[in-house]
Structure formats: structure tokens, C-alpha cells
Ligand binder design. Sequence first.
Ligand SMILES: [Zn+2]
Length: 255
Amino acid sequence: MPLVVHAIPAFTDNYIWLFHQPDDHKAYVVDPGDAKPVLEVLDKLNLSLEGIIVTHHHPDHVGGIDQLLETSPIPVYGPEGIPQITHILKDGDALKLDPISFDVLAVPGHTLDHIAYFSATEPLVFCGDTLFAGGCGRLFEGTPEQMWHSLSRLAGLPSETLVYCTHEYTEANLKFALAVEPENKTLQQRVLQVQLQRQQRQPTVPSTLAVELSSNPFLRSSQPSVIQAAEQYSGQVTMSESDVFTIIRRWKDGF
Ligand SMILES: [Zn+2]
């Protein structure tokens, strides 16, 4: 039976992911920026929190950890540098939890400590603020080249992988994607679908990697349409996929 994953809305547009096996009360939470909504869901669903998983150090991903640890001293998994982490994870590590196992991928760019958790059995990836539905995270600490490399690693996962990112940014991301690729039919259809989902107040996350590969400009730097758009925007004749990515990331920052 597939893993049950709950989207817990937090702040204005964050999702905290809570998962468990359908027949088990043991739950894990990913990036709890706030404890209160997590505790409410645990209580409502009669689940017990067995561990906390963290992708990077930003407050909207770690701010709820202390309060969640008040009730029981459960393990906290994540990258080095976050004080509450009890099990430091780095690229290539495996995280074996009772309901599911993950491969840890270093995905620097948004921050330098950022890691993602890929499970081949579902398959799914918790990718924090690296790959978003229709977009990608801002570059606060890393270089565009680092982010491009990180996104390329995620792009290489199986196309049916469910992409669990941390923010409901999809509608705005797709507006930008349309500016880059106005003729992309798959993207046009996705825009309509996402508009409908948002009108009905449904999450647009998770998407699949296949959907991202066909409509997210930040994974499409090798596509002629995206190269052409980047060349037009920048006035440069671009060279590498990483250069194209760098230009459209800068373009999005000012969009
Ligand atoms: Zn962040």
C-alpha cells in the first residue's frame, strides 16, 4: 500500500509534510516550520510522531522543532549545522525509517546545506525549496551553477517520482513559465489545471517529475524554446545549459 502523505498548511504558503503507513500510527514530519498545525493533525488522526526530517536551515522549515521535541525526544534527521539535528545526513547517505527508506541527495543552491530525500519504492522526493512545482528556489547562498547541478540531479530521478516541495508557489511560477515558453502546450494545459485547483483551494503539490520536465523552465535549459527565450531576454548568445539556467533564474528574480 502506498505511503499516506498529508499536506499540513503553515504560514501563508508553506506545506509541512506528514507521512505514515496506512495501517500504522507512527508518523514522520518533514520541515516543521511551525509545531501547532502539526500537533493538531497528529491529535486529530491519532498518530504518534516518531521523527523529524529537515531539508535546510531556514526558519520556516525548522521553527517548530523545539516545540515538537517538548513532548518526546524523538530523532531529528537533517544536514549539519542545525542545532537540533541528532542524526546528521550528507550526500549518499541512506535514511532507513520504519515505514520507508530514503536516499539523501545534496542539492545546494537555495542554501548550501540543502539536502533532498528520495524514496525509490514510492517513488517520491521531499525536495524542500530546491525544485518547486513550475519553478525553483531562490539562490540565497549557492551559485547558479550549483543550483543547476542540483536540479539536474533531481531531473534524473524516475519520471513518475512525486515531487513534494514546501511552498504553494505554483500559480505564480507558471505565470513566469508562460513568459519563457508561451507556445508550450503542456504548460498551457497545466496553467488551466492549476487555476482550477486553486479556485477549489486544493494544493497543486505534489506534482510529478514528468510534469516538471515538460513544463518547468528551470528543468528545460536544453530545450530550443527556452534557450531562445534566454537569448532574447539577455541579448547574449548563450553557451551552456547552466548559462541558460542562470539567465532565466535572474529573469524570474525581476519578474
Ligand atoms: Zn528556504
